[in-house]
Every structure is written in structure tokens, then in C-alpha cells.
Design a protein around this ligand. Structure first.
Ligand SMILES: Nc1ncnc2c1ncn2[C@@H]1O[C@H](COP(=O)(O)OP(=O)(O)OP(=O)(O)O)[C@@H](O)[C@H]1O
Ligand SMILES: [Mg+2]
Length: 479
């Protein structure tokens, strides 16, 4: 049954491939897709197949924050052109059957495995199932099939922030699959077969701990203990230099074992299989409930009602304002002390963090280079390339897109509450991400709650202009 799910149906009306140059096939053969921008539009629709993508989201995904005034018209032109190819029998003025127009946007109808990215996901999922069932051959076969889907860099040649973010994210997933496959090969005694591949991987990803651990282990087992030790030192210099920290416990423990020729190095090792989705709830620095909290009954009730509503699927925006000491943080801590059924991303912006691009948002979403969640690790890697002194437009746009997309994906996992305290000090890119998230609260189980001092920052104005649905709580000085 799952064999079928992972195989493209040859007679499917439409097949799309994004794991390499973007290509599409209809019943009559390959379709001519046109410019990189048109491919960008198609790939956004394909990645969000069978879901509504609003025109605004398409503009953001294809142009980012630098969209020209003509962007909406451009989307319209691309959609018409795509429709002619995807739906040759489309009757003018109809809403379409494959590329469907709805009032506010478009939806691409695509069967489950007509998209290679989806097949890749299904095969990775299958590999994980086999891993849980300790079926090594089955797991290896699934990983091989998953990796065979790749024909180069994902979304090759496609422009725009959505594509560059997806390239980073998909590359991260692919790397994870390559590493897992190498682990199985090393365990199976096939260490010579993987050393070259792992070495290339480590050289192009000098911070990847798992790749380095695998290479160290394979080299040791191939009687190249000295080379194994060198690999650890290379990893260590890179982490110290670029992250300012020592390598994590995995490679460090392995290094110790290699130094003392620990017999355990001859045993096969395996990662704990864990749950199918190894992604923890994003619970970040929720402050303790304030002691001796009194009053503010109405405001506390409002926050609790908003949390209850999002847990039931209805998002919203709550904005708390008041002078220093008015009790904004205390109110947040009291009103949101419990958010049952919700993931929580809580950050407190600070004055120094303003200099660090995306600091506030990434902190709240628990995005770190060493995160076990590949989406977060990919975003951290991308954000590291955004340098405050030299803001490269494409990298910035891709990182913003990545952060927005991560929130959307978390919302697909379940209701999410995003809290930003001391908003007046949030860095400009975090404000940009928030601005993109506010309209999404109308469609997703997402509650955004902010607290700020009345601030004179210009960057906050567009944020509030986007918050048409915000409920504002104004706190006066505490008596
Ligand atoms: N309703 C309340 N009942 C009891 N104590 C409170 C209440 N609200 C605030 N406080 C106390 O008042 C002090 C200041 O409150 P808080 O830190 O929440 O202010 P703030 O508005 O967040 O200020 P800032 O803008 O500096 O962050 C804290 O010690 C807090 O515990
Ligand atoms: Mg405060």
C-alpha cells in the first residue's frame, strides 16, 4: 500500500518535480514552464498543494519585501500562463479545476505523490518506520529511494525568497537522510564505502556534528585512528570559531573513546528512534507566574479567552501597551501562565539584541544551529549568513521567509501562541516577520501577543497597520 503512495502515478494529470531544476509533466508530456519567476509561483503552489495560497503570500514568496508595485499584476500574468499549460481545457472565466482561483488567492490541486518533495517526505517517513521496526534492509532501501529522487540542488535556478528558503530546508533534510544512510552502512561494516562521501560532506558542512562523528567512527574502524582524531580537531576549530562553543556531547564522547581505544567503538550504535515527529513543543522561557499579582481581572480574562480560542482553532492578535513598570510583563505572565493544548514561543526582546538580525523571533522559536529539528537547524544556518553590517537582500528575504514558514508549519502541528515582550526593542527583521504573521492569524491557529512601551520607532507603524484585528490593552501607571 505504501509502495503506491511513494510512486508517481504515470497517468496522474499533473506531476511536478522540485528536487532539482523545476519541471512539470501533464498527460501529454513535459510542460514548458517559462521564467524562473513563473517557476517560483508554481513551486509555492506545489509546496502548499491543495491549500489556499493568498495573492499577498505569493507576492511575498516570490519578491519578498522589495516587491514592486506591479507584483500583483505579475502574479496574475504568471497564473494565466501556468493555467494555459496545466489546464489546456480551461474555459475563460471559470475558476479552474487544477489551478483553482478563490476570492483571495489560488489553490493547486495535486494528488498525494504527484510532487517529488512529497514522495521524499513519504519515503523518509517510511525509513523511520522501518527504523522503529529494526528492519535495517527496509530502512536502507527507503533511504536509497528517497535519495534517488534528487537530481541536483532543489529548486535550481528558481528566484525569490521562498525558493531560497526551501533550497536550504530541503538540503538539510537530504543531509539528514545521507547521514542516516551512512550510519547504517558504518554499522553494517561498509565503512570504506562511505568515507569519501562523508569527507566531502564534512568539508562542505564544517559544523555538522553528525557527519563528523560518522566520519571519525568510520575512519577509526578502517584503522585510521590519526585521521579520525584530525577530523575531531577540525570540527572543534570550526565550532569554536563560528559558534563560540565546544562541539556537543556526541562527537566529544566519541573523541574520548577513540583516544582510549574504547572497545565500545566496535559495537554497532543506533540513535534512539523516538517519536515519529521528533519536534518538541516550542516552550521557550515562559516566566514564572508573578507572586502577589492582584487586580487586572478584565485584562487577564481577555488573555485567557484568546488562549482558549486559539486552542480551539481561532487565532488572534493582542497588543499590550503601557509605560515602564505598568505591569505588562506581569500581566503576560499571569494571563498566559497556562496555555493548555498550545505550543508556546515566548521571547523578550532586549536593547542589545536589536543589532542581531532576527534575534527576537529566532529566540522565541528556539531556533539554534544544534537543534534536532531540521527545520530549525536549517533556519539557524541561514540566519547566520545574515550579517548586520552587510545585509544581503536575498539572504535576508530567504531568512524572513524561513521564519514565517516555520511558524506556518508549527501551526500545522497544532495551535501556537507567539509572545513578544519588550516589542519596542525587537530587531527590524523580527518586526518584519511579525508583520507577515499578523494577517495569518485570520487563517491559522496562531495567537500573537505583544507587549511594549509606547515607542517612537518608525518600524512599529507598519506592524500595527497590518494588525487590523488586534485587540489593544492599554495599561496606565500602577497605583
Ligand atoms: N497586577 C499586579 N499585581 C502585583 N504586582 C504587579 C502587578 N503588575 C505589576 N506588578 C509588579 O510591578 C513591577 C513592574 O511590573 P512589570 O515588570 O510587569 O512592568 P512592565 O510594564 O513590564 O515594565 P517594563 O516596561 O519595564 O518591562 C513588577 O515587580 C511586578 O511584579
Ligand atoms: Mg516588562
Amino acid at each position: 500500500m505504501d509502495m503506491i503512495a511513494a510512486t508517481p502515478q504515470r497517468d496522474a494529470p499533473l506531476r511536478i518535480s522540485l528536487l532539482g531544476p523545476v519541471r512539470a509533466w501533464g498527460t501529454a508530456g513535459e510542460l514548458e514552464l517559462g521564467s524562473g519567476q513563473r517557476k517560483a509561483v508554481l513551486s509555492v503552489l506545489a509546496m502548499r498543494a491543495n491549500q489556499l495560497v493568498t495573492k499577498g503570500e505569493l507576492v511575498d514568496a516570490v519578491w519578498g519585501e522589495t516587491a514592486p508595485a506591479s507584483a500583483y499584476g505579475g502574479i496574475h500574468t504568471h497564473i494565466s500562463a501556468l493555467r494555459k499549460r496545466l489546464e489546456p481545457r480551461w474555459a475563460r472565466r471559470s475558476t479552474g479545476e487544477v489551478l483553482v482561483s478563490t476570492g483571495s488567492g489560488y489553490r493547486l490541486a495535486l494528488s498525494g505523490c504527484a510532487l517529488d518533495v512529497e514522495r521524499f517526505r513519504v519515503l523518509r517517513e517510511r525509513a523511520r518506520e522501518r527504523q522503529r521496526g529494526r528492519d535495517v534492509a527496509g530502512e536502507l532501501a527507503a533511504l536509497d529511494s528517497a535519495l534517488e529522487l534528487w537530481r541536483g540542488e532543489a529548486l535550481d535556478g528558481v528566484s525569490g525568497p521562498h525558493a531560497s528558503w526551501q533550497r536550504t530546508r530541503l538540503a538539510e533534510l537530504r543531509l539528514g537522510a545521507v547521514e542516516r544512510r551512512a550510519r547504517l552502512m558504518v554499522n553494517a561494516g561498509a565503512r570504506y564505502a562511505v568515507i569519501d562521501e562523508l569527507d566531502r560532506l564534512c568539508r562542505s558542512h564544517p559544523l555538522r556534528e553528525e557527519s563528523h562523528s560518522l566520519l571519525m567512527h568510520a575512519l577509526y574502524l578502517a584503522d585510521r585512528r590519526g585521521d579520525a582524531i584530525d577530523v575531531f580537531h577540525r570540527l572543534r576549530s570550526a565550532t569554536v570559531e563560528q559558534l563560540g562553543t565546544e562541539p556537543g556531547p556526541g562527537p566529544s564522547a566519541l573523541y574520548g573513546e577513540i583516544l582510549r581505544d574504547d572497545p565500545a567503538l566496535r559495537w554497532t550504535r543506533d540513535e534512539p528512534t523516538g517519536p515519529a515527529r521528533p519536534i518538541p513543543l516550542a516552550v521557550r522561557s515562559r516566566p514564572d507566574r508573578p507572586r502577589g499579582f492582584t487586580g487586572r481581572g478584565e485584562q487577564v480574562a481577555l488573555l485567557r479567552a484568546a488562549a482558549g480560542a486559539v486552542a480551539a482553532g481561532t487565532g488572534g492578535v493582542v497588543r499590550i501597551e503601557g509605560p515602564p513598570g505598568a505591569g505588562k510583563s506581569a500581566l503576560l505572565a499571569e494571563g498566559l501562565a497556562e496555555t493548555p493544548g498550545c505550543q508556546l514561543a515566548w521571547s523578550v526582546a532586549d536593547e542589545l539584541g536589536q543589532q542581531v538580525p532576527l534575534h527576537t523571533v529566532l529566540d522565541g522559536l528556539d531556533v539554534t544551529a544544534l537543534s534536532p529539528d531540521p527545520r530549525r537547524a536549517a533556519l539557524a544556518a541561514l540566519a547566520r549568513q545574515v550579517e548586520p553590517e552587510r545585509l544581503d537582500r536575498d539572504t535576508v528575504a530567504a531568512a524572513v521567509e524561513g521564519a514565517v514558514e516555520l511558524v506556518h508549519e508549527l501551526c500545522a502541528d497544532g495551535p501556537l501562541v507567539v509572545v513578544v515582550d519588550q516589542l519596542q526593542w525587537a530587531d527590524p527583521l523580527s518586526l518584519l516577520v511579525l508583520r507577515r504573521l499578523l494577517p495569518a492569524t485570520a487563517e491559522r491557529p496562531l495567537l500573537v501577543v505583544t507587549a511594549s512601551r509606547p515607542a517612537l520607532r518608525r518600524e512599529l507603524e507598519p506592524l500595527w497597520a497590518a494588525a487590523t484585528r488586534a485587540t489593544t490593552i492599554t495599561l496606565g501607571p500602577r497605583r
